[in-house]
Design a protein around this ligand. Sequence first.
Ligand code: ZN
Length: 328
Amino acid sequence: MKNYIYLIVCLILVLGCQNKSSNETITVNEKMLLHHLKVISHDSMQGRFFGTEGNYKTQLFLAKQFDSLGIEPAFPTGSIQNYPFTFTGQSRQDMYPISNPAEDLSNVPDTTVTGGNVVSMIKGKSEKAIVITGHLDHLGIRDGAIFNGADDNATGAAALLSIANYFKNNSPKHTLIFAAVDAEEIGSLGCNYLLNNSPVALENIVLNVNMDMLGHNDSSELYASGLYHYPNLKQPLEDLKSTKINLLYGHDNPNDPDVEDWTFASDHREFHKRKIPFIYFGVADHKDYHKPTDTYEKINKEFYVEAVSLIIEAIREYDSFLVNESKD
Ligand SMILES: [Zn+2]
């Protein structure tokens, strides 16, 4: 009998703790996150340029990691969503130059390249979905130098895996779609294709959380941009508990000539164009931006881990907030 009472007391304690846990600060598996970042930004990925071997290798790596974390693919055929893109005329010549192009480029042949988004999904209680994006591609190899793109955007692609891992163990109300999209650097081709061939109806997408450059800032400053367009998304950010990150707003006002407007700066633009609200998380440009020196060594590791846990917390807040809002 004594044992029985002891068991009941234990059970009450455990259940009590579980109830409380949804308000607790999030701990990210730092080792796993940094390992993924290191692999994606490694020299062997050759800068991950659209249509190159290093880019395909990155797609396969991400697909395999989602799989081993037990996150379901978003498509019946798997998590990799292939799509063709044809370069013609000047863009073909810029990308794959021939030696004697005619003035009107009539002798430049078209080239079709296969791209690939890596898309996984956690089904929620609701059909309504939050799409979390981070582009997997970068600038490749130029004049013999590898552009590793550790901050841009191995940080965002690696973060997708950690975020998915968190919500696998903490069931969301919304369906969450994790999309490592291709070809952001040449005009968000992958994100555009994803939204034209979406695994869920576009009218069910209530929010895009886009991540592009999360790990390089010496002052621990991270921006959440988009509130100028979607001011009702502010409250959940105000409720965040992370104290180690200096979370700033802005870079979203087209009428402010003094501050660069990031509204169309990354993949969130594809959602915004379709009138789907977005929040974009990213750091300000830095000295290694779009240079071969954007390497794993340059990442502010502690800041990056904190940034990812803050974004998880933000998604958790939006997951509750947007459910309640749609009831109003
Ligand atoms: Zn980027």
